[in-house]
Write a protein that binds this ligand. Structure first.
Ligand SMILES: *Cc1c(COP(=O)(O)O)cnc(C)c1O
Length: 368
C-alpha cells in the first residue's frame, strides 16, 4: 500500500478559513497575544508536510519520512514564524526600530516584517558569509545593512549590547516571542498527522528552533493532542558544532552558512531539550550535507538550502539507530533559492551551453 493511503489526510486547515490568516490568528489561544496586539503578518505558516519516497527506500525498515518545508514561508525560511510574533509584540510596545545579527535569514525576515509594521530595521551580518538571496532580500525590504569584519557570534554580542544601551528591540532568538511563534510548526505537524513523530530531525545554529519545536510538542502533548513526544535529533556541521562537542568554536566553518555559529545563545535550552526528549546531537560533514542536498533535489524534487539538508544528512547518518516502522519529520528550514551559488557549484545536472539555435542541433544534444 502506498504511504499516502496509509496516512490520514495531510495537513489542511483551509476548510476553517477562507484565507489562511497567518499563524498568530490561527493559533491565537496558544500565543501570548491579546485583542490589543496589532498583528503584523505576511500570512506565514501552514507550510507543506511532504512525504518522501526515495530516502525512505534508502533507509528501509518501513519508515515514514516527511519534510516540514518551512522554506515556503513568505521570506523563504522558518524565521518568519518567529518574526511575525516578535514584530507584532514590538509594535504593541510602540517600538520604532528593531535590530538583529544574522547569518542571512533573520535579517531578511526582520527587514520584511519591520517594513510591514512601519518600523526601521538594522541588520548586522558577517561580511562575505551571507548567501546572495538573503542579502538581496534585506536590501529590497529596505533594511539598514551593516556588514562587519567578523563572524555571527561577534555580531550578536554587538546587537545585544546596543539593544541594552539604546531604544531598539532585539529580534534574535533570545527574544522570547521568536520562540513562541516558531513553536507553531510543531502544532502544524501534530494537526496534520494526528500525533507527534517518533523523531524530529532539525539543523541547529543558535538552537532557537529546536527549543521552539519542543515547546510546541510539549504544549500539545499536555493538552492531549498527541499521545507521544518525539526524540529531538539535532544536527550541526562538523566545523561548526559547539552543541555536539559541548564547547565554543572560535572560528566556525561550514558551507551551510545559516548554521555557521560557534557559540549558540540557546545552548542551555538545547541541552535540556536533548535530555527531556531522550534525543541526540550529531555532527555531519559538509560533504554529507551536500549529498543530502543533491538527493532531495534530484530524487524528491525538493530544493532547500544547505543548512536545511543537515537534517536529512543526519537522518541518513543515524540510519542504523532508526526504530523500524517509525514516523520521522525532518525540518527543511530554508528555501534553496536563498543560496544560488551553492546550487550552481553543487549539482549533477547535465548542462550543455553554447548551442546553435536550430532544431537539428538541439535534437542532437538531446540524443535523438
Ligand atoms: C536560522 C537557521 C537555522 C538555525 O536555526 P536556530 O534556531 O538558530 O538553531 C537553520 N537553518 C536555516 C535555513 C536558518 O535560517
Amino acid at each position: 500500500m502506498s504511504i499516502l493511503k496509509r496516512l490520514p489526510r495531510i495537513f489542511d486547515r483551509s476548510h476553517e478559513y477562507k484565507h489562511w490568516p497567518g499563524l498568530i490568528k490561527a493559533y491565537k489561544k496558544w500565543l501570548p497575544v491579546t485583542d490589543k496586539t496589532p498583528i503584523i503578518t505576511l500570512q506565514e505558516g501552514a507550510t507543506p508536510l511532504i512525504p518522501l519516497k526515495s530516502i525512505n527506500e534508502l533507509i528501509g525498515k518501513n519508515v515514514k519520512i516527511f519534510v516540514k518545508y518551512d522554506g515556503l514561508n513568505p521570506t523563504g525560511s522558518f524565521k518568519d514564524r518567529g518574526m511575525t510574533m516578535a514584530i507584532s509584540k514590538a509594535k504593541e510596545d510602540n517600538c520604532e526600530a528593531v535590530i538583529c545579527a544574522s547569518t542571512g535569514n533573520t535579517s531578511a525576515s526582520a527587514a520584511a516584517y519591520a517594513k510591514r509594521g512601519g518600523m526601521k530595521s538594522f541588520v548586522l551580518i558577517p561580511d562575505g558569509y551571507v548567501a546572495q538571496g538573503k542579502l538581496a532580500q534585506a536590501l529590497v525590504y529596505g533594511a539598514e545593512v551593516l556588514a562587519i569584519k567578523g563572524n555571527f557570534d561577534k555580531a550578536l554580542n554587538i546587537v545585544q549590547e546596543l539593544s541594552n544601551r539604546y531604544p531598539i528591540t532585539l529580534v534574535n532568538s533570545v527574544n522570547p516571542y521568536r520562540i513562541q511563534g516558531q513553536k507553531t510548526a510543531a502544532f502544524e505537524i501534530i494537526d496534520s498527522i494526528g500525533e507527534a513523530p517518533d523523531w524530529l530531525c532539525i539543523p541547529m545554529g543558535n538552537a532557537g528552533n529546536i527549543t521552539a519545536y519542543w515547546m510546541g510538542f510539549e504544549e500539545y502533548y499536555k493538552a492531549g493532542k498527541s499521545k507521544k513526544l518525539p526524540k529531538m535529533m539535532g544536527f550541526q556541521a562538523i566545523g561548526s558544532a559547539p552543541l555536539v562537542f559541548n564547547k565554543t568554536i572560535e572560528n566556525p566553518e561550514t558551507i551551510a552558512t545559516a548554521i555557521r555559529i560557534g557559540n549558540p545563545v540557546n545552548k542551555e535550552k538545547a541541552f535540556i531539550v536533548k535530555g527531556k526528549s531522550k534525543g541526540k546531537f550529531t555532527a555531519v560533514t559538509d560533504k554529507e550535507i551536500i549529498d543530502a542536498y543533491k538527493l532531495l533535489g534530484k530524487e524528491e524534487g525538493i530544493f532547500c538550502e544547505p543548512a536545511s539538508a543537515a537534517s536529512i544528512a543526519g537522518l541518513i547518518k543515524l540510519k542504523e539507530e532508526i526504530p523500524p516502522n517509525s514516523t520521522i519529520v525532518c525540518v527543511l528550514t530554508g528555501n534553496g533559492l536563498k543560496d544560488p551559488d551553492c546550487a550552481i557549484n553543487n549539482n549533477d545536472a547535465s548542462f550543455k551551453n553554447n548551442l546553435e539555435p536550430n532544431s537539428d542541433e538541439i535534437a542532437k544534444a538531446i540524443g535523438f
